[in-house]
Design a protein around this ligand. Structure first.
Ligand SMILES: [Zn+2]
Ligand SMILES: [Zn+2]
Length: 361
């Protein structure tokens, strides 16, 4: 225990028992973890107060403490020798370095998040709303950490310096005050909504601007929506990585789009008209030429995705003859008649190739 128990309780070493008791009771009430919920030091402060009282409140222990310091309380244990002192020095130095590091402004870490967007949003761009949790200044105390109308008192443990000296002579080091965490001040009445921290996690609905033409893997930055910076450091950023969801009817090829249009056998043979749904909205009617083959594509200029130069890609409509779902027994004779009336030159050419091929010797 580096800091004197008297300092923790804020009384002089000459204080009477009644005065000690009064000081302890007031501090225990003021710094009870229930009243300081959410404060990072709530538990450790209460532990310090309780520990100080457990020693100074007992006449016998107080006498030993006054005489030998913390060492006097190590009943039955060997007094720490040189090894113990070195160990304590290292620990003190570490916590000193640690507290120094805490005070250097540190930028908050970046966060990452993945979101799914539709193909239409990827192609044409647009706005998308996402909920983000961000650590912000507590709105109830304006980031002060004190209940409205109250302010701070200087920390009684470090007299407002934020640091305490521990050890003696060569081993003396200055370390961050364990009671105020280096702040040098204590809220008279901590803000109940943030536990005196002055910051709170706030959920914000943010609109993300998706540029036209983005692909899966594209990262968009939301500045300041990462982890909060420390000791006045900048907040980190939130990087939102986009994943483009596959579309049931559309495929994308650069700035061009391809839509698969299933057509009926009769439409393939005789030609016809069919509606093609557009990716952004609505539909366009196209003419299917007579004698269309499966895999044949029709090109609609300028109906694809937007290009970065402002022009648009093309929309390709790929025709695919859909094999009808039929009652085989009923359709058998109809198909037989159709075969008799039909010519299949490509199939015939293939068969001819087989027929005229010389057999392998
Ligand atoms: Zn302090
Ligand atoms: Zn607050």
């Amino acid at each position: 225990m580096a800091v004197s128990y008297y300092r923790i309780l804020g009384v002089a070493p000459t204080a009477e028992h009644a005065e000690l008791k009064k000081a302890y009771r007031e501090l225990a009430r003021r710094f009870h973890p229930d009243r300081n919920q959410g404060h990072p030091l709530a538990e450790s402060r209460f532990r310090l107060i309780s520990e100080a009282w457990s020693v100074l409140g007992e006449t016998d222990d107080r006498r030993k403490y006054d005489q030998f310091g913390p060492v006097g309380l190590m009943r039955g244990r060997a007094r720490p020798g040189v090894a113990g002192s070195v160990e304590r020095l290292v620990t003190n130095l570490e916590s000193f370095v640690d507290s120094r590091m805490k005070r250097t402004p540190k930028r908050g870490k970046d966060r990452r998040r993945q979101i799914q967007i539709s193909l239409s949003q990827a192609v044409y761009g647009g706005e998308i709303g996402i909920d983000v949790v961000r650590r912000e200044k507590c709105p109830d105390c304006s980031g002060l950490g004190c209940e409205p109308g109250t302010y701070y008192d200087p920390c009684h443990v470090c007299d407002g310096h934020g640091v305490v000296k521990s050890g003696n002579g060569l081993l003396a080091v200055t370390e961050e005050c364990p009671f105020c965490g280096g702040l040098g001040k204590l809220a008279q009445s901590p803000c109940q909504s943030c536990g005196g921290v002055g910051e709170r996690d706030v959920s914000r609905h943010v609109t993300l601007d998706i540029p036209a033409g983005v692909q899966t893997g594209r990262r968009l930055a939301l500045r300041g929506y990462g982890e909060p910076g420390q000791s006045g450091g900048q907040d980190g950023d939130l990087f939102v990585e986009l994943t483009v969801q596959p579309h049931p009817h559309y495929q994308r090829n650069g700035d061009d789009l391809t839509c698969i249009l299933p057509i009926r056998l009769s439409e393939a043979v005789l030609g016809g008209q069919a509606a093609v749904p557009l990716l952004d909205s609505g539909a366009v009617t196209i003419r299917i030429p007579a004698g269309s083959q499966s895999g044949q594509t029709l090109r609609l200029r300028g109906r694809g995705g937007k290009r970065s130069n402002g022009s648009s890609g093309d929309l390709f409509v790929e025709l695919r003859i859909e094999t009808p779902v039929v009652d085989e027994t009923k359709i058998r004779s109809v198909l037989a008649s159709l075969d008799q009336l039909s010519k299949y030159p490509k199939r015939a050419a293939l068969q001819e190739a087989i027929d005229t091929a010389k057999p392998d010797v």
